[in-house]
Design a protein around this ligand. Structure first.
Ligand code: FAD
Length: 378
């Protein structure tokens, strides 16, 4: 078992770390404070090859696989969780086309998505439910050479900003989740409207909101896979998304730890630096250990993706542990910073708000426990 990253992966980490310090750091606080969608950063992430990391060279990607992508996401999330999450939602939508699209769909969309010319979004959740995919009410009916899609989606990252939406809809209600299908819907399609945008407490820059589809007509060729393949498309992308979110969790947790170490060295109470107090050292020790565990779970799941193994359980384990470890790390960071920890002047209260979002998106912690538990009784 080799725990070392290859020279190429180490170089990727160095390059993304420098990029994040240069481009994301000056903007991260304002993105959060004003809930600004960072269109310019998406362009710069694309220019720096950060939207195509897991995809092969033939589509304009850099072939760094899931592990390379996780290394990069961790560095982005350390500085700006929202930018990392926007990247992830875009890459997930790209994955649905890469994994299940026709060669024509891949060649048409992927190079533009990798270049950031077409921003993607992935729409599964509805007002009636996010955890239970079988309850999806959005319906697609075939009418000649078009599908007519009607429904509503909620909590969709990149909503209103994306050029392309991957939408899960039912083409056969009687079949439940077996009757779901996935569609590519372009931004200017008639009947597609942005509904309410959410004012979240965490990940505030991601432009998250509702989509309304009213008799939205999309060409038949925009189905991904075939009728009834929707669940397979969604779950494959969600599993990959869970590995990627784990990396975002590692990044947020590492940022909380780094800030806590710096602060506890600078701040003195009772004539001693906080860093000399055992109570503080114990919190730092817990954070360090949990971040390492989260990173190892994430990298293992990513290596399984790259090896072509089954990784559903390992993705859920990484996502569950990493998102919850990020929350614990952020709470410790707030505690170590004292009153300043809750001040919006400092960075750590943002980590706490961002970390909470990670335990809900891409399936809540309870859903991850269901997946892991079920797999143990199979
Ligand atoms: C920041 C953020 C970004 C998001 N981005 C997207 C996106 O891009 N695309 C998209 O489609 N969705 C997105 N979502 C939605 C997200 O996937 C859902 O919020 C999530 O799946 C939970 O669904 P829900 O909100 O409907 O909660 P519910 O499903 O109503 O769950 C409510 C509570 O009940 C628990 N629960 C539900 N079922 C069970 C069960 N069987 N056993 C035990 N407990 C259960 C849940 O764990 C949770 O605690 C995003 C959400 C957030 C917060």
């Amino acid at each position: 078992m080799d725990f070392n990253l290859s020279p190429e992966q180490q170089e990727l980490r160095r390059r993304v770390r420098e990029y994040a310090a240069r481009e994301l750091a000056p903007a991260a606080r304002d993105i959060d404070r004003h809930a600004t969608f960072p269109s310019d950063l998406i362009r710069s992430m694309a220019e720096n090859g950060l939207l195509g990391l897991p995809f092969p060279l033939e589509y304009g990607g850099s072939g760094m696989g899931a592990l390379g992508y996780c290394i990069a996401l961790e560095e982005l999330a350390k500085v700006c969780g929202a930018a990392a999450t926007i990247n992830l939602a875009h890459v997930m939508s790209s994955f649905s086309i890469f994994l299940f699209g026709t060669q024509k769909q891949r060649m048409y969309y992927l190079p533009e998505m990798v270049k950031g010319k077409v921003l993607g979004s992935f729409g599964v959740t509805e007002r009636g439910g996010g955890s239970d995919l079988a309850s999806i009410q959005t319906e697609a009916r075939l009418d000649g050479v078009e599908y007519v899609i009607t429904g509503q989606k909620s909590y969709i990252t990149n909503a209103g900003q994306a050029d392309l939406y991957i939408i899960l809809a039912s083409t056969g209600r009687a079949k439940g989740s077996g009757g779901l299908s996935a569609f590519i819907i372009e931004r200017n399609t008639g009947g597609l409207r942005l509904g309410k945008t959410e004012d979240l407490t965490g990940m505030r820059g991601i432009s998250i909101g509702e989509l309304t589809l009213e008799e939205c007509r999309v060409p038949k060729k925009n189905i991904i896979g075939g009728e009834g393949d929707g669940l397979k498309v969604a779950l494959s992308c969600i599993d990959r998304g869970r590995v990627a979110i784990s990396a975002v969790g590692v990044g947020v947790a590492q940022a909380a730890l780094d800030a806590s170490i710096i602060y506890s060295k600078k701040r003195s109470q009772f004539g001693r630096s906080l860093s000399e107090l055992q109570a503080i050292q114990f919190m730092i020790a817990d954070m360090t250990t949990e971040i390492d565990a989260a990173r190892l779970l994430t990298y293992r799941a990513a290596c399984m993706v790259d090896a072509g193994s089954r990784f559903t359980k390992e993705a859920s384990m990484a996502k569950l542990y990493s998102s919850e470890a990020a929350m614990r790390a952020a709470l410790n960071a707030v505690q170590i910073h004292g009153g300043y920890g809750l001040s919006r002047e400092g960075p750590v209260e943002r980590y706490m708000r961002d970390a909470k979002a990670l335990a809900i998106m891409e399936g809540t912690s309870e859903i991850q426990r269901l997946v892991i538990g079920r797999s143990e009784f199979r």
